[in-house]
Design a protein around this ligand. Structure first.
Ligand code: FAD
Length: 318
């Protein structure tokens, strides 16, 4: 993996509050890292710089510094719902997955997870403690931060149902804890009352048994393997399921003849047409062309306009 290791963000002492004295500890930053190495679909040009915070206070420090420097910031979790343009992204990418990975089980039965914790890992830790509530999310290859932002979910459940609070850091140097009652969890989106980067979240799960929780996780993940391309490079669902159509985006794409359709090495999966897979050397331009074809075909055949679920970063031709 290319890129330099540099110390560019002087970290403040204490809790990093405004006006605190600068101290000697620093934050890891690399330059010109290819985003294809940081996204599950394995596509994407370089980001100007990528910062790897080790704590919520680091996230705040990066946001404050970048804001003062006038540089835009993008937040990256596991990159499992992202398509980055071939020309890359002119921004500082704040990557949570590498180091923001602490999970704490509190005596009152609640669980606190940092933004970069992977959902499958959180699910296994909960199962080992006999806590139930993460089973349906255990096969989603995203981070807590990405899942909170997307209100990730499966099999009729979503992360919002088990969330007690989230903490958001912002470029003004604040970290605010927001109670779940002030969040609006929608279909694959969450509305926060203030803007910011998710740095931690608190969860409450139900009591269960280890065996029961592991058994349900296994069942759901077998089901997932049965109807989704497993182990292939993809970003999950390409399009959102349309709100008023009785059929999901996958069925609509299939009816429009898009199952197996290709542009270069980008292909709508034979197993589930709403999963777009990278067969090898697909480019973001290939993916974008295939998505456009899929949208056009579904509009012409079914009269429905599909809206992308995948987030796009960088410049794409219109
Ligand atoms: C094989 C496969 C299966 C999938 N199955 C499902 C499924 O069943 N259900 C489902 O809901 N999704 C599914 N997904 C999609 C994806 O895993 C989820 O959307 C996941 O929540 C994205 O998390 P991430 O950490 O990868 O986010 P990223 O892809 O890194 O980012 C997604 C968005 O969230 C923002 N973001 C990330 N972290 C933060 C943060 N800390 N603070 C603020 N914003 C942030 C990013 O800026 C971006 O806009 C699947 C994906 C794949 C590849």
């Amino acid at each position: 993996m290319s890129g330099n290791w540099e110390k560019v963000y002087p970290r403040r002492s204490g809790d990093g509050g405004r006006g605190a004295a600068a101290c000697v500890r620093n934050i890891e930053v690399s330059f010109h890292l290819k985003m294809r190495d940081y996204t599950t679909v394995g596509i994407g040009g370089a980001a100007d710089r990528v910062a790897f915070p080790r704590s919520p206070a680091d996230v705040r420090e990066i946001l404050v510094t970048e804001r003062r420097s006038g540089r835009p910031v993008r937040v990256l979790g596991a990159g499992s719902n992202l398509l980055v343009a071939d020309a890359g992204v002119a921004a500082t990418v704040l990557c949570t997955k590498k180091h923001l990975s602490k999970v704490v089980f509190l005596a009152d039965g609640s669980v606190v997870a940092e933004a970069g914790v992977m959902l499958p890992r959180l699910a296994v830790l909960c199962a080992l403690s006999g806590l139930s509530g993460m089973e349906s999310l255990s096969g989603i290859p995203g981070t807590v931060g990405g899942a909170m932002t997307m209100n990730a979910g499966a099999y009729g459940h979503s992360i919002g149902e088990v969330t007690e609070w989230v903490e958001l850091a912002d470029g003004e140097g604040e970290i605010r804890r927001i109670d779940a009652r002030s969040l609006r969890f929608g279909y694959r989106e969450t509305e926060f009352p203030v803007q910011g980067v998710v740095v931690r979240a608190g969860f409450r799960f139900a009591d269960g048994t280890r065996e029961g929780v592991f058994s349900l996780m296994r069942q759901l993940n077998e089901k997932r393997r049965g109807n989704q391309p497993w182990g292939e490079k993809s970003f999950g669902s390409t399009f959102r399921n349309p709100p008023r159509a009785p059929e999901g985006a996958g069925i609509l794409l299939e009816r429009a003849g898009m199952k197996g359709a290709r542009e270069g090495d980008a292909c709508f999966s034979e197993k589930h047409a709403n999963f777009l897979v990278n067969l090898g050397r697909a480019t973001a331009a290939d993916v974008r062309r295939l998505m456009d074809r899929g949208q056009r075909a579904v509009r012409e055949r079914c009269g429905v306009l599909l809206v992308p679920e995948v987030k796009l970063w960088g410049e794409f031709d219109a």
